[in-house]
Design a protein around this ligand. Structure first.
Ligand code: CP
Length: 316
């Protein structure tokens, strides 16, 4: 059976999320971050974390978020599933839908794969993009916006924000930049090796500053990115030492930022490459606050997409 694809039934990226919708999600996430509960919000709902790429934070925080809302949670391990016998992604989705699963948290190595699946999903299903290739990681973008609001206040428009590192391969950077623009941040700087800069469509509204010491001057927020070596051709980065020398954040460099500047990184961190231990574990680091906020944001997103009256089980 075919049905009209409703993009609002899913969370596929932040480009199509209005400021109003983002504020509502962040407000609800703040409620959960402060210890708010809704233990029956997803009672009777089955949620599957369908990860075709590795993850620690996103997968486990979605599972915890769904459990805290009272959902049944199913993990999907590609290596022990029938996907390893050649079952297609769509047949996997339809098999789970036939079991009554309604929430699908999907990570995939290919850009656009989650949107394609959402376009073929049944009318009761909600898909959440947990990262597709270099395209988007919307819940990471939302949790980063929540973390920024907690640290700097709800009006982010006057902030100076610097994004440093492998922007080219980063779905986190794309979602963070979309989130920052939506919430009115006007001063966004980007610093990266030329080979790790993305196309101009990603950098809309950003100022590229090639030298890190210059880029850091007076910024309120430093958003570091992981070097995505698994998505790079060999030789893109000369050496990790050379990268750290030019683009690594250490205490001397951090002192160039505004007093009280905060440091963020989506994780996993390549310690000694993107950032020194001293900074990653120091008082200006929000890295573990980002992780904690991941659970709260994912509760808000799951509730928004899957809460409310439940349709009966069975094939539509
Ligand atoms: N930040 C992030 O997506 O981390 P994981 O790959 O561990 O989920």
């Amino acid at each position: 059976m075919t049905h009209r694809f409703d993009p609002d039934a899913h969370l596929l990226d932040l480009a199509t999320v209005s400021r109003e919708r983002m504020e509502v999600l962040l407000g609800r996430a703040e409620h959960y971050a402060r210890g708010g509960t809704a233990p029956q919000a997803l009672e009777g709902v089955a949620v599957c974390t369908l990860f075709f790429e590795p993850s620690t934070r996103t997968r486990l925080s979605f599972q915890l978020a769904a459990q805290r809302l009272g959902a049944h949670v199913l993990g999907f391990d590609v290596s022990t599933s029938s996907a390893s016998k050649g079952e297609t992604d769509l047949d996997t989705l339809r098999t789970l839908e036939a079991m009554g699963v309604r929430g699908f948290v999907v990570r995939h190595g290919r850009e656009g794969a989650v949107r394609e699946l959402a376009g073929r999903a049944g009318p009761r299903s909600a898909l959440i993009n947990a990262g597709d290739g270099r395209n988007a990681h919307p819940t990471q973008g939302l949790l980063d916006m929540l973390t920024l609001r907690q640290a700097k206040g709800t009006d982010l428009s006057g902030l100076k924000v610097l994004v440093v590192g492998d922007v080219r391969h980063s779905r986190v950077a794309r979602s963070d930049l979309q989130g920052l623009r939506t919430l009115g941040v006007a001063d966004i700087r980007v610093c990266a090796p030329p080979a790790l800069l993305p196309g101009p469509e990603v950098l809309e509204g950003c100022q590229v500053v090639p030298v890190l010491d210059h880029a850091l001057e007076g910024v309120d927020v430093v958003m570091l990115l992981r070097l995505q070596r698994e998505r790079m051709e060999e030789g893109t980065v000369e050496s990790l030492d050379a990268y750290h020398h030019a683009y690594g954040l250490d205490a001397r460099r951090l002192a160039l930022a505004a007093p009280g500047a905060v440091v963020m990184h989506p994780g996993p961190v390549n310690r000694g490459v993107e950032v020194t231990d001293e900074v990653a574990d120091g008082p200006q680091s929000l890295i573990l606050r980002q992780v904690a906020n991941g659970v709260a944001v994912r509760m808000a997103v799951l509730e928004a997409l899957l809460g409310g009256p439940q349709p009966p089980h069975g094939l539509a």
